[in-house]
Design a protein around this ligand. Structure first.
Ligand SMILES: Cc1cc2nc3c(=O)[nH]c(=O)nc-3n(C[C@H](O)[C@H](O)[C@H](O)COP(=O)(O)O)c2cc1C
Length: 180
């Protein structure tokens, strides 16, 4: 495996919305999951669940749930990253249920995308979807909230880097500037 270093990985990662038919090797999927497993989480509870979807019909159903973002179904592998609200609520109550479980799952999703990029794979965080439809596709009970659908595969496009705000814009000295 040709792995990139951390800063190259972060700099080269792009949201990829077109994929080759080439399958993703199991070895790479394991490496991604092992990387996710190293992510920080509130109280080390890892209050997330990840569903690996490869079935064509289920991928199409996820694409449909995501307002017809069909590129999801094109990817050989689709991860649905979910917050496990109950897992965090057991220790942290409503803060666990409403904040930490979403934090944990979001960090896991970010690690997943960076690990994929380091392995030469493309991915895209898809957050625009109908919650109930996604939950139905993956048969999630009510305490499991899907937070991101992440298709992963070999990229069939190399998009240019979208412009960023720059840290001078989002960084505040001592207090929030007026007017943000
Ligand atoms: C919370 C969140 C939700 C997103 N939802 C979608 C989505 O529904 N569809 C999509 O194509 N991209 C989605 N994206 C990807 C963003 O459009 C993308 O990250 C952003 O434009 C910056 O581009 P880059 O990832 O290539 O740097 C989402 C990203 C995040 C973090």
């Amino acid at each position: 495996m040709n792995e990139l270093n951390f800063f190259e990985t972060v700099s080269r990662r792009r949201s990829i919305r077109s994929f080759q038919l080439k399958p993703v090797e199991d070895e790479k999927i394991f490496k991604i999951l092992e990387t996710v497993n190293l992510a920080p989480s509130a109280g080390n509870l890892q209050a997330y669940e990840i569903v690996l979807v490869r079935d064509e019909e289920r991928k199409k159903a996820l694409a449909e749930a995501a307002w017809a973002q069909w590129f999801i179904a094109e990817a050989p592998v689709v991860f649905v990253v979910c917050a496990n609200k109950r897992r965090s609520a057991v220790r942290y109550g409503s803060r666990g249920e409403n904040l930490y479980s979403i934090n944990d799952a979001s960090i896991a999703a970010a690690y997943l995308e960076l690990a994929a990029a380091a392995l030469g794979l493309g991915s895209c965080w898809v957050g625009a979807f109908r919650d109930e439809m996604v939950s139905k596709v993956i048969e999630a009970p009510s305490h499991i909230r899907p937070i991101a659908i992440i298709p992963v595969g070999y990229p069939a496009e190399s998009p240019i880097r979208p412009r960023r705000r720059g840290f001078k814009d989002f960084l505040h000295s001592e207090k929030i500037r007026a007017g943000v």
